[in-house]
Design a protein around this ligand. Sequence first.
Ligand SMILES: C=Cc1c(C(=O)O)[nH]c(=O)[nH]c1=O
Length: 312
Amino acid sequence: TDLSTTIAGRTFSNCMMNAAGVRCADDNDLNQIIASPAGAYVTKSATPNVREGNPEPRMKSLPGGCINSMGLPNHGLDYYLNFVLQDQAKRPDKTNLLSVAGTTLEDNLTMLHKVEDSEFNGFVELNLSCPNVPGKPQVGYDFDRVHEILVQVFDFYDKPLGVKLPPYFDLVHFDQIAKILNEFPLTFVNSINSVGNGLVIDPNAERVAIKPKGGFGGIGGTFIKPTALANVRGLSLRLKPEIAIIGTGGVMNGTDVFEHILCGASMVQVGTQFGFEGTRIFKRLSKELSAIMDAKGYQSIADFKGKLKTFD
Ligand SMILES: C=Cc1c(C(=O)O)[nH]c(=O)[nH]c1=O
């Protein structure tokens, strides 16, 4: 079965890949994704310099999901830019994603100027949705700031770029964010990031599960799939067709991947479950998605992408 997908004229052999932040922080992680059937990799969101992140414990697994407040630990932009440049020299026909998450507008612009001036020919994923930097509100929930950042970015950035968004929970917010995004030559929109500021408790210890922010952190896993699908569908119905959608959130099996594509996703990212299972998940998901497509007589994902039915 053909599991390939195309975004902005770039064809990926497989419509599944990792989500930023999960098993993608160093060379070893990234080389494992390269060696797997995943169609691409995205690097851990980068800040201009190396960053320690929040105190531990900062991530807790749960049945079917997880909570994290990592606090953007990463090796700094140069590390990831160096990795992707070396990789694209070895595999010039492949497109991968470089995630950028400055904690200030200046940091984002500084990093994007560096990437613009480099030989990088992949996609930048500009993360506007990190929920775990203490004292910093999620940019994605401040529509004026999203607009301002995109105006400044597209004033100079000419390479393919997409944004990683937080989940929205109000249809009017879908209207508002889509109106802003449609003003810009975005290559893609990736929806969703973890559901911010959830709280997980250990009832035996009568204590929160993670240390940062009094235990508040981003929620991932099967419980966020309905929110993820709603955001993918809500944006797919509102964004101009030139903007592709990457679907992220709640993917545990092939059916979940199928549902994201039905909602309009051209690429599906796996976070929490990839964290549990490692890169062998891409073989399992490919097998499961292929079986679903074969059973339904679909030859490629184009046969069903965005074709979710409603009752009316
Ligand atoms: C980039 C920081 C993020 C983090 C983090 O490093 O805490 N966790 C998430 O669930 N999503 C993020 O976007």
